[in-house]
Design a protein around this ligand. Structure first.
Ligand code: XUL
Ligand code: CO
Length: 439
């Protein structure tokens, strides 16, 4: 197979003192961290859209990214070249998984039938290359936001013809995800939200969204797709208000429509930021509800209010996220998908590798810090102590449901010596620093 990224070697682990930009400083795939290799813990995944398909456009200008297939005008040839490039890219970085939208991997035809036929051709080639290079599909999804037909939404559109098209598109996307052995299937509601309530039937739109999810669950059973369904929350962008606002909103939606047994969440760092939450908050919220499915790894910019999808380089976030993942018993069958893109000015093909190296090293270091925190259990002990009043006396009675308002009033009336203890946040933040600095 032709080599596309000729200026980039296979990326190896060289250790923390290496000055080689094309080497890992912290990510050592076979290194054991608590009985599991780094590779097994992290399950790094290449996002097809940002890595192969995107070209660096922004609302103010055209694409800037230089790609080895620039100049190829035949859309099918281009799709095949990108696919070959994708496997070279994963091989050079030692990444085992990828994730894609249907429209990332293959161009649309003149109608749905032709689009599906093109998709079949590319999927067959993808299957061949996956077997040859021993690569796996973390998840597939349907892009129901780029084409103008989805201007009013897909499953939440006001146009029933568009709804039918969306259903057909998800059906096909499920089939190809199944064909490629996808371990999950993601729904990110690109245009599932609203701009103004003056023209929106909020109830109908959400009922219809739930109907589509139920149809997906039924169809998965029919074709024997056993992967995990995931919803990816995002509060805004492209619509002013997205229905899958955050983890809490998604869980409430799933429970209302009896979908909670079938879906978990795919949490993206930058989406958490847009929702006014920390990434850790979202991951912890999913974890305590048994709904942590997978992670879209990236970071936003604190000074920008939109989804910048930058490569993650923040060690605090990385450590706290991996701490949650360890407390969850791991992330499988989900993974850490780099839903991240290089800046528009980082337009050389090599920059993409440098972005992944930066992200993979950050998460690897975060994993090691988190493992120390997890193993030593210092923070867990602080939490346990902080709530000790609920494991004895009146607190124990509350937990065990033994008391009512009258009983608690009696207790309170006889207790004039309420005392609180410090939460010691500053000390704990200093301790976290110590874990990071010392690892
Ligand atoms: C958009 C986003 C998507 C999903 C998949 O903000 O994150 O790329 O991850 O559709
Ligand atoms: Co994402």
């Amino acid at each position: 197979m032709k080599e596309y990224f000729v200026n980039v070697p296979v990326i190896k682990y060289e250790g923390k003192d290496s000055k080689n930009p094309f080497a890992f400083k912290y990510y050592n795939p076979d290194e054991l961290v608590g009985g599991k290799t780094m590779k097994e813990h992290l399950r790094f995944t290449m996002s097809y859209w940002h890595t192969l398909t995107a070209n660096g456009t922004d609302p103010f200008g055209v694409g800037t990214y230089e790609k080895p297939w620039d100049g190829e005008t035949d859309p099918i040839k281009l799709a095949r070249m990108r696919l070959e490039g994708a496997f070279e890219f994963m091989n050079k970085l030692g990444i085992d998984y990828f994730a894609f939208h249907d429209r990332d991997i293959a161009p649309e035809g003149k109608d749905l039938a032709e689009t599906n036929a093109i998709l079949d051709e590319i999927v067959a080639y993808a299957k061949e290359l996956m077997a040859k290079h021993n690569k796996k599909l973390l998840w597939g999804t349907a892009n129901m936001f780029s084409n103008p037909r989805f201007v009013h939404g897909a499953a939440t559109t006001c146009n029933a013809d568009v709804y039918a098209y969306a259903a057909a598109q998800v059906k096909k996307a499920l089939e190809i995800t199944n064909e490629l052995g996808g371990e999950n299937y993601v729904f990110w509601g690109g245009r599932e939200g609203y701009e103004t309530l003056l023209n929106t039937n909020l109830k109908l739109e959400q009922d219809n969204l739930a109907r589509l999810f139920h149809m997906a669950v039924d169809y998965a059973k029919k074709i024997g797709f056993t992967g995990q369904f995931l919803i990816e929350p995002k509060p805004k962008e492209p619509t002013k208000h997205q229905y899958d606002f955050d983890v809490a909103a998604v869980l409430a939606f799933l429970r209302k429509y009896n979908l909670d047994n079938y879906f978990k969440v795919n949490i993206e760092a930058n989406h958490a930021t847009l929702a006014g939450h920390t990434f850790q908050h979202e991951v912890a919220m999913a974890r305590i509800n048994g709904a942590l499915g997978s992670l879209d790894i990236n970071q936003g910019d604190p000074n920008l209010g939109w989804d910048t999808d930058q490569f993650p380089t923040n060690i605090y976030d990385a450590a706290l996220i991996m701490y949650e993942v360890l407390k969850n018993g791991g992330i499988a069958p989900g993974g850490l998908n780099f839903d991240a893109k290089v800046r528009r000015a980082s337009f050389e093909a090599e920059d993409l590798f440098l972005g992944y190296i930066a992200g993979m090293d950050t998460l690897a270091k975060g994993l090691k810090v988190a493992y120390k925190m997890f193993e030593e259990g210092e923070f867990e002990k602080v939490v346990e102590d902080r709530y000790r009043s609920f494991s004895e006396g009146i607190g124990k009675d509350i937990i065990e449901g033994k008391v009512d308002f009258e009983a608690l009033e009696r207790y309170a009336l006889n207790n004039s010596t309420i005392k609180n203890k410090s939460g010691r946040q500053e000390l704990l933040e200093a301790k976290l620093n110590q874990y990071i600095f010392n690892e």
